[in-house]
Write a protein that binds this ligand. Structure first.
Ligand code: SF4
Length: 490
């Protein structure tokens, strides 16, 4: 097997992870989505412009050709090469950006993250190991990653957009470790017998392992890893003490919410309906009553003014509303055109659709409030109205967060994606699985971000499904609110 940067990093996380990748790849469950990979590619492309003119070594299935192309490019005395590729004793790497100044080499590893992580040091240490053994003189090894505080104003300022952290000293000190690890991988990767490896924090850090389900397949049902609301660190700590069954956890010092969840799961308890508290919450609402939900997308590289890397940019909302008690439910919606900054037109429409001083319900309101606050900051002429909406938002999540309404089927969660099916198990019209194409926020986000790449016909279809998805979010809120009213009257 040829080792690569990503395989080496897999093995740094866990040898068995790499073993499973090689021997039982069918057992893998998807944990990261395509957008993470797309982000990496996009950030990589922009980072190359930090270095001006460069020679790009095109990817080829035949790695030997990439290595030969790199050798040709390195014949220049002063050159910047992207994806420069090297091979040393079964170890292969492509360097994101390599700068050659006469005999000195600088290497740059580009990450789409906004923070430095230890695993990046392992990644670049492996590259340095290969280049040092090939006889190159390395003067710099640098991690390039996004600056989360950068706010775009006019043209992109690449030197402000990226952090560059020089780590050569650290990775030189890691060279013995790299050598040892490569030897370890070599001795365990080809063995036919499955590697033995206990689960632990390495299963979720630095990345969520796609084989976790496989490695925990023999645990009995009702085990600690099925619990929501407990930190991974606590779960593994209990597990290492041999405490992982729900009934055993009941004897431990855990929060009342976790205990309650376990008791509901084990003893099939009757739902909690704290009528007084629910009534108290409902009494804080008033007509006209609006139900609001935004959809947003993120850009690692900010395309618009006032945007930071990965900031939530709203492109769509759904708004159901009831003007007076017993009047019909009405609906408004907004979905921005593709390939434009959606914020101004969305903000203008929002202040037309929501009058001043009305009660607005959101589910998990901190998200909607942040979006509106950012819009108010960006558009001073709309700020008063937007902040009026912001100040009148209330949170429909509260009765579920406080466990004033709780059923076994909520499985310890107060997210609308758990609360809704728990309250309406047999309502196909409230089931997100019955929607076409878009079933959750990340599918909506990716669909909108890719809209401009589609044909006109495809765009029409995606837009229709985006509207249906977001419409269901606020319709679901209306149904939940009605359910709350119904249970206090029963
Ligand atoms: S789940 Fe954990 S033990 Fe299993 S392969 Fe992944 S990291 Fe290793």
């Amino acid at each position: 097997m040829n080792l690569s940067k990503s395989k080496y990093c897999d093995a740094v996380q866990c040898n068995k992870l790499l073993w499973l990748e090689e021997h039982l790849p069918d057992q893998k469950k998807e944990v990261s989505n395509q957008s993470t990979l797309d982000n990496g590619t996009e950030v990589g492309k922009v980072a190359k412009d930090l270095f001006g003119k460069h020679i790009d070594i095109a990817f080829q299935e035949d790695l030997q050709r990439m290595i030969e192309d790199t050798k040709q490019a390195l014949k220049h005395d002063n050159v910047v090469i992207t994806e420069a590729s090297f091979f040393y004793q079964d170890n292969f790497c492509s360097v994101d950006i390599l700068v050659k100044n006469n005999h000195d080499i600088e290497i740059y590893e580009v990450k789409s993250s906004t923070e430095m992580k230890d695993i990046y040091l392992d990644d670049i240490a492996y590259q340095v190991y290969i280049l040092l053994h090939l006889g190159y003189s390395i003067k710099k090894a640098t991690i390039v990653y996004l600056n989360s505080n950068y706010v775009r104003k006019g043209e992109l300022e690449l030197t402000k957009l990226f952090h560059m952290e020089e780590v050569l000293d650290i990775v030189l000190r890691k060279q013995e470790e790299v050598k040892r690890k490569i030897g370890e991988i070599d001795s365990c990767i080809n063995q036919q017998k499955e590697l033995e490896q206990e689960i632990g924090m390495h299963c979720v850090h630095p990345y969520e392992c796609p084989y976790f389900e496989y490695c925990t397949r023999n645990l009995p049902v009702n085990n600690i890893f099925q619990m929501r609301g407990m930190q991974n660190r606590s779960k593994f700590k209990f597990y290492q003490q041999g405490i992982y069954l729900y009934q055993d956890l009941l004897q431990e010092d855990i929060s009342w919410k976790l205990k309650q969840q376990i008791e509901f799961e084990l003893y099939d308890k009757r739902p909690i309906v704290n009528k007084e508290k629910i009534k108290e919450f409902l009494n804080t609402l008033s007509y006209p009553l609006y139900f609001l939900d935004f959809e947003t997308f993120q850009q690692p590289i900010p395309m618009y003014d006032g945007v930071k890397p990965y900031m939530q940019i709203p492109f769509q909302y759904s708004l159901h509303y009831i003007e007076k008690e017993n009047l019909d439910l009405k609906h408004q919606e907004f979905l921005a055109a593709a390939d434009m900054d959606p914020r101004r037109s969305l903000a203008e429409q929002l202040v037309k659709d929501i009058p001043l001083n009305v009660c607005v319900l959101a589910y998990n309101m901190s998200f909607e409030k942040t979006i509106i606050k950012n819009l108010a900051y960006l558009y001073p002429d709309l700020s008063n109205h937007l902040m009026n909406i912001h100040d009148h938002i209330q949170d429909l999540m509260i009765p579920f967060y406080n466990r004033d309404y709780y059923t076994k089927d909520m499985h310890g969660s107060y997210s609308i994606k758990y609360v809704l099916p728990a309250l309406f198990p047999n309502e196909p019209s409230l089931n997100y699985h019955n929607l076409d194409m878009i079933h959750n926020g990340s599918e909506a986000m990716n669909s909108y971000a890719n809209l401009k790449t589609l044909s006109e016909e495809e765009q029409i279809l995606v837009r229709k499904n985006l509207l249906k998805y977001c419409g269901l979010d606020t319709y679901a809120m209306v149904k939940i609110w009605e359910k709350l009213k119904q249970v206090v009257d029963e």
